[in-house]
Design a protein. Sequence first.
Length: 164
Amino acid sequence: MTFEEYAYARGPSLVRLARLLTGDEHRAEDLVQDVLARAYTRWRRIDRTGRPDLYVRRMLINAHHSWWRRRSSHEVAVPVVADVAGRTDTAAVLAERDQMWRLVRALPARQRTVIVLRYYEDLDDAAIAEVMGCSATTVRTHAKRALATLRAVTPAPTATMEVR
């Protein structure tokens, strides 16, 4: 597979993964562009591994973590809107989803990465471990801690909330 074919076929899913990791559409596009630019120069070696998707995902996750470590890249989140609409309206559903994403983005980087890869990329523990370069047990530990944190800070669903 040529680099151009790979980038065309997997580009949108890489942007989606980056968006879920960063929480910012524009930062995600920049991150994918940077990673693909670096992958282009090493494409022959990456393609020879037989699993270019795994390699590029790992590059993307590492690039995200490296970017986040730099002090100058921290952004201040917008405060939560105090006025919440009724539960039956679309805006309320979007507000709840946005609130959940704020909680996910507040998780430590490796826990957030596990949650994104498990629930949005639909990878199993072994695949996540391979992408992150750790053991499956470490993946399960990160997932357990992340879910415990999210459960602790998330209010219990009420009867009026729509279940999806």
